[in-house]
Design a protein around this ligand. Structure first.
Ligand code: ATP
Ligand code: MG
Length: 552
């Protein structure tokens, strides 16, 4: 993918033009998360876009917490966000920036606006401000406090800061235009009084800046050149420009909007994920069925696969939805040459080879990955008792079933041909043991050409198989019915998690948490980084082997 010459996206075109016109010397971008939740795959788009642009132009990428709103912020999110950004490989040079470190400069900026006659203290209540604001079709009207003198405004704003007024009794507003067709420009509130403890500045401040005022200042202070954000901020751009212009920043930053990443039938929004966690539908923010970055990492997605996915999804201004199958395609492509291919029996039943000498064990040398010679090979043991997949045997096979059934012969992958002779059932009618005989002449690698069989199945040696918990996942959402029920609630798939007690070939026991493996015929798996221990290994299925996505 990266070798192809891809045409530049609209953001790169804007930057090229800015550089050509000598507007900026060095490109600086930033990722500005609010520390009020865990990052999800949508944020990865923003991170990789901003970081990618900085790299492409030899510039700088900042990680800056947009922590101006003390109500919703939590310290725990800061750490998880840093970890996620690092995991994606977006290098911020270990320099973690906080918008709250600029509160002094923001306060000074507000004073500058007051002194220019561009901001005023308003005594209207929140409700009154809303009433005065007008509607999309009607202009707003001026507050009776709009024409206070500069001196009076300076004094009142200082008094706001010093705690002389109740929360909510006064605000500072930008003086722009109550008749503007853009409601964001109708004297927006830029500072409010709130007696809240901030995670970084503690109780130092009783007044806090509003997002639309704070954000452009944060960008300008850091020398950000291109402030990339999602489409919902398009209507806020005139205010962004007003702020940096009135504050007279040289080389002010430029806001550019792009469309959010959505995944079809997948819950991405921070608020939705939060609800699933709170309602106990999933087991925490890193439940592998979610698409928070912590969950994707745990599920076994790699940063490379997410990068490729973002490249395939592209950057544009028109809102679309990407297919989860494309993300699955990307992880398969990434793991294909990297993951060893072992045998693992997800739903085991015993296979007993009645004519194989009791107590004998032999070894077969099996390649680790047919696509990668350098991955070498390993030894797999074989003896009289094996495990095979439950569904590789059928008592009464349908047409075109070429695996084991009474009288039929199959190849045990990398070993011998075996022929089914009989089987045992438990009291519930469930098959528990399949009996067979093997033909020593058919040993793998012996060049045997006497006859052919149509089916090949995988197996593990019962004596040294690793007993492990295997977790299989399906979409949380019932894809047939669509994302939402008629009443707006999410439409859950009751089978989104299946837990199996599986038997895996011995080499699996050496895999470490976070390591990948392909269990042939069953898909790609990762050792769970949270629940897996040496004595009780847990594997998550990342993705099956079959793809429903075709790259164009
Ligand atoms: P959510 O919409 O899930 O609640 P958010 O927008 O509240 O997320 P922020 O912490 O404010 O989360 O987002 C940080 C940055 O990530 C912002 O620049 C935002 O525009 C961007 N971002 C958020 N969601 C997406 C998405 N789905 N696709 C691309 N960028 C996104
Ligand atoms: Mg947001």
């Amino acid at each position: 993918m990266s070798e192809q010459t891809v045409s530049k996206n609209f953001i790169e075109n804007i930057i090229d033009k800015d550089l050509e016109e000598g507007k900026y010397e060095k490109i600086i971008t930033r990722f500005p998360p609010e520390p009020n939740g865990y990052l999800h795959i949508g944020h990865a788009k923003s991170i990789l876009l901003n970081y990618g642009i900085a790299c492409e132009y030899g510039g700088k990428f900042n990680l800056r917490f947009d922590d101006t709103n003390p109500t919703k912020e939590k310290e725990e999110f800061v750490d998880s966000i840093i970890e996620d950004v690092k995991w994606l490989g977006a290098d911020f040079r270990g320099e973690v920036l906080f918008a709250s470190n600029y509160f002094d400069q923001m306060y000074e900026a507000a004073i500058k606006l007051i002194k220019k006659g561009k901001a005023y203290v308003d005594d209207l209540s929140a409700d009154e401000i809303r009433q005065y604001r007008g509607t999309l079709t009607e202009p707003g009207k001026n507050s009776p406090y709009r024409d206070r003198t500069i001196e009076e405004n300076l004094q009142l704003f200082e008094d706001m800061k010093d705690g002389k007024f109740e929360d909510g009794s006064k605000v500072l507003r930008a003086k722009i235009d109550m008749a503007s067709p853009n409601i964001n420009m109708r004297d927006p509130v830029i500072y409010r009084i709130a007696r809240m403890t901030h995670h970084n500045t503690g109780d130092k401040w009783l007044i806090y800046p509003m997002y639309d005022f704070a954000h452009p200042i944060e960008d300008a202070i850091e020398g950000v050149t291109h402030s990339l954000c999602t489409l919902e901020f398009e209507d806020h751009r005139p205010l962004y420009n007003w702020v940096v212009e009135e504050l007279e920043y040289p080389n002010p930053p430029k806001q550019i909007e792009f469309s959010k990443l959505y995944l079809t039938n997948v819950v991405t929004g921070k608020r939705y994920i939060k609800k699933l966690v709170e309602d106990g539908v999933v087991d925490g923010w890193d439940d592998p069925r979610l698409v928070s970055l912590a969950a994707l990492r745990r599920r076994g997605f790699t940063p490379e696969s997410i990068k490729t996915f973002m490249e395939l999804s592209g950057i544009s201004k028109s809102q679309g939805s990407s297919d989860y199958a494309m993300l699955e395609y990307c992880i398969r492509e990434d793991l294909k040459p990297k993951a060893p291919r072992y045998m693992g029996v997800l739903r085991p039943i015993k296979l007993v080879i009645d004519n194989y000498p009791e107590g004998q064990t032999e070894e077969f040398e099996i390649e680790n990955n047919q696509d990668s010679e350098e991955m070498g090979s390993r030894k797999v043991t074989f003896s009289r008792e094996l495990y095979i997949e439950e569904d590789d045997f059928m008592e009464e096979p349908p047409r075109k079933y070429f695996r084991l059934f009474p009288g039929n012969e199959v190849r045990l992958k990398g070993a011998y041909f075996v022929k089914c002779t009989s089987f045992e059932k438990d009291e519930n009618g469930k098959v528990t043991v399949v009996h067979c005989t093997y033909d020593p002449e058919t040993r793998s690698g012996s060049g045997f050409e006497g006859r052919k069989v149509k089916g090949t199945i995988h197996w593990v040696n019962a004596a040294d198989a690793v007993k492990a918990e295997v977790r299989l996942y399906e979409n949380l959402i019932d894809e047939e019915k669509g994302k939402l029920n008629e009443d707006g609630t999410l439409n859950f798939n009751p089978n989104s998690l299946e837990v199996l007690e599986s038997r895996l070939e011995a080499a699996s026991g050496n895999l470490k948490p976070g390591e990948h493996v392909q269990f042939i015929r069953n898909g790609y798996f990762v050792v769970d980084i949270k629940d897996s221990t040496e004595n009780h290994m847990v594997f998550n299925r990342v993705v099956g082997l079959k793809s429903s996505y075709k790259p164009s």
